[in-house]
Design a protein around this ligand. Structure first.
Ligand SMILES: [Zn+2]
Length: 491
């Protein structure tokens, strides 16, 4: 894509773990409460306050690590990362440093080669090195808008201070913006799937930073990397990286030099902008947190967590291919969210037809869900009801075309297929006597076309089928109309 150049990308993800309370105190992690209402001496950083580790945060951290196929270190150490910032009242963040919760892992993702419009052409597996996954606390938030005198003052909300995070860092192994895109989607799905995090980038409970550099193909040394922030969706991240790669190549080709800096993505202007220069590496003076004992997790604890986890997405996708005979891409789509995969299996159980059910969910149901911004678990049309509808179509009670309208009505009203069919008098007519009668009417009403047909214009067959279906008000079973019409026209 970029002739003669290679892109090098590493990613850092911060995922908020879905605990009720903070990682080192009992304050609520609820979002949207009155500023500074969920605080205590520990998360306010008052002198003498002591942190106590939240067991649930460790469990969810373990779920996150296992969902990504990472090894968990049975002993890890919390460390102080020292820096000053107004939203960090202690003057340090409790994180992990040289002995993290998990290190040196590898994750296999599926990534696609894409056309210019970004549509996948071909999927392939790629292994990504995971440098580390560690546990840490979040900082508070500086507020610069929505409050009086914001032109003169900054405000600080410490409700978020102390919220548990899993930080996941990769090796610089992505070679395109799309690989990075596919990786982040993989991680998001895995974390949501096992309930470790809501992993919603728009809500900020999954944040992503990309380190991007370029080098000429064949160069062994990395180019100077630029850190990208403010990536509020996976798509924005992909665009930001793409922009940044082109900016760096153009800069070097015109004799310039890439500066080591942090840049923000501006979605409106579709460009990255300098936030701060980063010529000197920070020295955070990490040292072991003296107020917390080493985090020790037993092998039994890890096995307990593993045993409590649902079947993981890749395993389920592969099972869908084997058990239901679905294509890889259909199975991938149906396992894009756990609730959708559950929905599919519940519907199949009732419909008894795996392929048809997959097709209806992928086309008809997902369209309705998308239009109303719902996930499958919140669908007003329940999985078992969809299964019922597909059964009725299969049995010839209504036609597939009628079924599509019924589905829309079910989704809108929450009524069962049987109720809607009764209300609207939607019965598919399969009775040959009645269909014969309609065919006779149609043939009598169109003598000209009938003559043309008999004299060899066979393409008129479709015209007659259409007329018969229309005359039956869409109720005639098309298969039987075809059969009877052929018989009549031959006679
Ligand atoms: Zn607190």
């Amino acid at each position: 894509m970029h002739n003669g150049w290679e892109t090098v990308i590493g990613l850092e993800i911060h995922a908020q773990l879905s605990t009720e309370s903070k990682i080192f105190c009992g304050c609520s992690t609820r979002f949207g409460d009155e500023p500074n209402s969920n605080t205590c001496p520990v998360c306010l950083g008052l002198p003498g306050a002591l942190p106590v580790l939240n067991r649930r945060a460790v469990e969810l951290g373990a779920r996150a690590a296992l969902a990504l196929g990472l090894h968990i270190n049975q002993r890890s150490i919390f460390a102080r990362k020292n820096y000053f910032y107004p939203d960090l009242p202690k003057g340090y963040q409790i994180s992990q440093y040289d002995q993290p919760f998990s290190a040196n892992g590898q994750l296999e993702i599926m990534t696609a080669r894409r056309d210019d419009a970004g549509h996948p052409i071909e999927w392939q597996a790629k292994k990504i090195g995971i440098t580390r996954l560690h546990l840490e606390e979040d900082a508070g938030k500086n507020v610069h808008e929505g409050l009086p005198d914001v032109d003169r003052f900054s405000y600080i909300d410490l409700n978020r201070a102390g919220t548990p995070l899993a930080e996941i860092v990769t090796e610089p192994e992505f070679r395109s913006s799309w690989e990075a895109h596919d990786y982040v989607n993989h991680v998001r799905r895995a974390l949501r799937w096992v309930g470790a995090s809501e992993a919603d980038m728009e809500k900020g409970n999954l944040r992503c930073e990309a380190n991007v550099s370029v080098r000429r193909v064949g160069d062994e040394n990395f180019g100077t990397k630029v850190e990208l922030k403010n990536l509020n969706s996976v798509r924005f991240m992909q665009r930001a990286i793409e922009f940044e790669v082109e900016r760096q190549i153009a800069l070097i080709e015109s004799g310039g030099r890439v500066a080591q800096e942090t840049r923000l993505w501006d979605e409106r202007a579709m460009e990255t902008r300098v936030m701060r220069s980063k010529e000197e590496a920070h020295d955070y003076r990490y040292f072991p947190e003296p107020d917390l004992a080493p985090l020790v997790v037993s092998a039994e604890f890890i096995e307990e967590v593993r045993a409590s986890m649902p079947e993981l997405p890749e395993a389920r996708r592969n099972r869908f291919v084997d058990q239901y005979g679905l294509s890889f891409s259909d199975a991938s789509q149906l396992t894009s969210e756990r609730s959708l995969a559950d929905y599919y299996e519940q519907a199949v159980e009732v419909s008894g037809n795996a392929r048809t059910t997959a097709n209806w969910i992928r086309s008809e149901l997902l369209r309705e869900l998308e239009a109303s911004g719902l996930v499958a678990s919140a669908s007003p049309l329940r999985a078992a009801e969809l299964g019922q509808l597909l059964r009725l179509i299969d049995e010839g009670k209504i036609s597939g075309k009628q079924g599509k309208d019924v589905l829309v009505e079910m989704f809108k009203t929450g009524k069962t297929a049987a109720a809607i069919i009764a209300e609207q008098g939607l019965v598919q007519v399969s009775d040959t006597g009645e269909i014969d009668r309609v065919i006779d009417e149609v043939l009598t009403a169109n003598p000209g076309q009938l003559e043309s047909y008999r004299s060899g214009k066979e393409t008129l067959f479709g015209f007659f089928v259409g007329q018969v279906i229309k005359a039956s008000k869409g109720k005639a079973n098309p298969r039987i109309v075809n059969e009877r019409l052929k018989a009549k026209l031959r006679s």
